[in-house]
Design a protein. Sequence first.
Length: 445
Amino acid sequence: MELLTAAESEVQQRAVAGALLQRGLQAGERVAMSTSGTAAMLSAVLGSLRVGIIPVVLNSALLQHEREELLLNADPAFTIDDAVLAQLLDGPPAELSDVPLARPMHYTSGTSGTPKGVWSGVLSEDQAQRLFDDEADLWGFNSADLHLTCSPLHHSAPIRFGGGTLLRGGSVLVPGKFDAHQIADVIQTHRPTASFMVPSHLQRLRAIGALSTTDGVDFSSFRLLAHAGEPCPPPLKTAAIQAFPTGAVWEFYGSTEGQFTACASADWEERPGTVGQARAGRALSVDPDGTIWCAAPEYAEFSYWRDAERTESAWRVDPETNRNSFTVGDLGRLDEDGFLWLDGRRDDLIISGGVNVYPAEVESVLAHAAGVEEVAVFGLADDRWGQKVCAAVTGSTTEAAVIDFAKSQMAAHKCPKAIFIVEALPRTSTGKIQRRELPTQLGFE
């Protein structure tokens, strides 16, 4: 367990920035950061960004060939591992900008194909301040905050939340690899005020009884519990809303590329399943085919690193707002008040008997079935239907019980033709379910 205060982090940030500048690095250059997810890593990311040096943040658990493939693409000027980071922390203190001058370069998770580097370049001082305030003001980061880091620090959300807290004067707890029992103890002992989690974290807390409103963990210290990263099953979402203080639970919809929406718990309870309305400075639109587009502020624009073709396909000028808008290939629906519902990714879409079936919709229904803990819906090739709807399920249930429940809740074309009871679902390191891996895991490929 590490506790990092704003003052301690400021010293580390200045040292890392000074050491990099002393080595001849300049604003706009990239440094590969392949370190353990420690508090010092978070300081190193912030220190680099505050002098315009852009960290390419990699998962230190990558195998050598996986890391080398990304490094070849990123072409960094310098590489930082744990040993190098320890040296950089002894660097001469540098003068820093008030806020990060860029976004870290992250590679997309690869759930829909080959990972792509998301690049924003170096921003002007004004754009950088607006980018920082966009996140910090929305979530209310402040000097009284104690932020609990639950996700790996090589991903964008924990850096944004932890970094924003530190730069607003708060402190950050970094407990290491997520363990539900440890996190429950940390919450009881340290009384954090805020955290970002993915639904799988909440699911694990629920599994040990931590979300129980009678004998669970005392979450009363929290002013904010933000979650995102994958759909949150309605029963789990309801349990979280009941366990945390009124108004503390917020959901947002975003991606490595950019942020789309935010959703207060009260809005979700009025419109179950929504991921909220467009964040400040943004406008949402949905094509007739369901593709979601987001008009983004100038400071939030990006390109795919050294991939002009993919960049061009991700951006367009919105015909209604005449603003630059991007898509990450997700599908959804907007209601008349601008609230968005997600139907999944186009790559996950199942076409069965010529009819579109959205895995996210089917998963939302099956999550209510007795004994179902987690569920992932996917398609398998089928001679009759083209694709047949299938579901992998964890929990104490049976194939027949889940199929019977599905038939009682959904039209026939949405109901799974096969249910697979599994011990665990394949996930990325951030907890996102990898539907594409299920056919292989189950022996069909």
